[in-house]
Design a protein around this ligand. Structure first.
Ligand code: ADP
Length: 491
């Protein structure tokens, strides 16, 4: 099968969150499964082309925007440990600036930037002679590729046999644009936009809604989230659209690229280890604590280390941290190591914890991939107390490192972490149901009561490390969805 992936992020070139990881791990896994895929992303100003061996080509792609034509020069890179080609669109007006989205408020020309990306991806495929079976778009940024396929390319014999599959990584971000401008940039007639049309919500052009409505199949990144978006507030006011597409909607659990995230082979951690050599995990903890400036007595004081790596947004449950952790930090029952960047009010929460407990709350504000691997390997437990979580990758990474997740039972967290049952020895972590500091505290209490208690500590870590959330499984599930989509288009 030939798959064109259109994404605003792909790891390691440009990543803001899990989207980048998945947009990379899926094409790599498809290649292993014998499928051909290319990825198209923007060439953002911050991408380190030298580091990633990204080269310019002589290929210029003509991109119809509105009634005129714009241009992108193609640059080419290869995803690490694979032969998957990534084509990066160079257009300095749109992409040659710091950042991907211009968060927190977004760049004012995101409508034009992302319409350009989607349209240019089709034209890149044509220019390269890559006739796709599947156009796979991710999240609101590239969602408008779905209506483009059905409207702009309806009579284009090179592209119109492809099926459009749209994957929702997060319902919160919807890509709301001024309708007149966006419809014009897409090169569509004004009659396509009216109240109740597949583009419209509350008077604006809603990219996410258009992606949901115009695609052949819609996926969410976990089965539980597929249910939640239809039946709970997680639908973010698009429940009706999702109900309308219910028979074409399915949850496909994200997978992990174990070439990047495996304690046995990870080049970014202090010491590799497996389930059989788990005692070596301790070195990772000692080194990390030393790097954070703790002294020898503190490094060997035997406190459980609880890690967390996250974007700092309302989704991630940062509001629970202060009241959830205070009891344990105050009474010297554990140490936390927190890495995050995002909204300043949440950065302040982390800073104030560090100020209150300088020897027990170790905090780094910022985005740091190497440190995220080190924290995952060094910690005994890993926190993901999200308000909602479409899938979540960090808890799956943690499992592979024998780092026991403490998570809220929502979305993909509920699909990937199973409460440890001391009676049966089944389970891989500790969960709480309600989004409350009290329930969070109880789950932490349950978790640390198992810390180093034999035989439970050995059993739970072994259970965790033998879980398999490989991206190969996820990739095969997507291939099944792609066949299903093609049946619809080609029947
Ligand atoms: P989301 O996509 O909502 O951010 P996920 O758990 O799906 O959540 O993916 C987050 C990804 O981003 C993981 O690979 C995680 O390690 C990484 N990440 C998040 N924040 C940071 C940070 N401050 N530094 C390094 N990596 C981070």
């Amino acid at each position: 099968m030939r798959i064109l992936t259109i994404s605003a992020e792909v790891t390691p070139f440009a990543k803001a969150g899990g989207l980048g990881d998945v947009a990379a791990s899926l094409p790599k896994a498809w290649e292993e499964l014998g499928h051909e895929s290319i990825v198209v992303i923007p060439k953002y100003g911050h991408i380190d082309c030298e580091k990633h061996s990204i080269q310019p080509t002589d290929i210029i792609v003509a991109v119809p925007i509105g009634t005129w034509t714009e241009y992108a020069r193609l640059w080419i890179g290869t995803l690490p440990d694979s032969g998957v080609k990534v084509y990066l669109l160079q257009n300095s007006d749109y992409f040659d600036r710091e950042g991907i989205y211009g968060n927190p408020d977004g760049f004012t020309d995101n409508d034009r930037r992302f319409i350009f990306l989607a349209r240019a991806a089709f034209e890149t495929a044509r220019t390269l002679g890559f006739k796709p079976d599947i156009i796979h778009a991710h999240d609101n940024h590239t969602a408008l590729a779905m209506p483009m396929l059905k409207i702009n390319y309806a009579n284009d014999s090179f592209l119109n046999e492809a099926a459009g599959v749209f994957t929702i990584h997060n319902m919160v971000y919807q890509g709301l644009y001024d309708s007149q401008k966006a419809i014009q940039f897409m090169g569509l007639h004004r009659r396509h936009f009216f109240k109740g049309s597949w583009f419209e919500q509350y008077g604006a052009l809603n990219s996410l809604k258009a992606g949901i409505m115009f695609s052949d199949k819609v996926t969410t990144v976990s089965p539980t989230y597929a249910h939640e978006v239809r039946w709970t507030k997680s639908g973010e006011n698009l429940q009706d659209s999702l109900h309308a597409r219910a028979s074409d909607l399915i949850g496909v659990l994200n997978g992990v690229d174990y070439t990047e995230w495996d304690s046995k082979t990870d080049k970014l951690i202090y010491e590799n280890y497996s389930a059989k050599t788990i005692e070596r995990k301790e070195y990772n903890k000692q080194h990390l604590l030393a790097d954070f400036g703790l002294n020898t007595r503190e490094i060997s004081d035997g406190l459980p280390l609880v890690g967390m790596v996250t974007r700092l947004t309302p989704q991630k449950g940062i509001d629970l941290l202060e009241r959830g952790l205070d009891h344990f930090l105050k009474n010297n029952l554990m140490r936390v190591v927190l890495l995050g960047s995002g909204e300043s009010r949440y950065e302040d929460v982390l800073r104030s914890l560090a100020k209150k407990y300088p020897r027990r709350a170790l905090v780094q504000i910022g985005y740091n991939n190497t440190l995220s691997h080190k924290i995952t390997a060094a910690s005994d437990f890993f926190l993901v107390p999200s308000r909602f979580e479409p899938c979540g990758l960090t808890q799956m990474y943690a499992l592979k490192y024998g780092t026991i997740p403490i998570v809220r039972s929502t979305g993909g967290l509920a699909d990937t972490v199973m409460e440890y049952d001391a009676g049966t020895g089944y389970g891989t972590g500790f969960l709480f149901q309600q989004f409350s500091a009290a329930e969070f505290r109880t789950a932490i209490g349950r978790a640390i009561s198992h810390y180093r208690i034999k035989p439970h500590w050995d059993i739970i870590r072994n259970n965790a490390m033998t879980q398999n959330f490989s991206s190969l499984i996820s990739a095969q599930n997507y291939i099944n969805v792609f066949h299903w989509a093609l049946e619809k288009v080609r029947s």
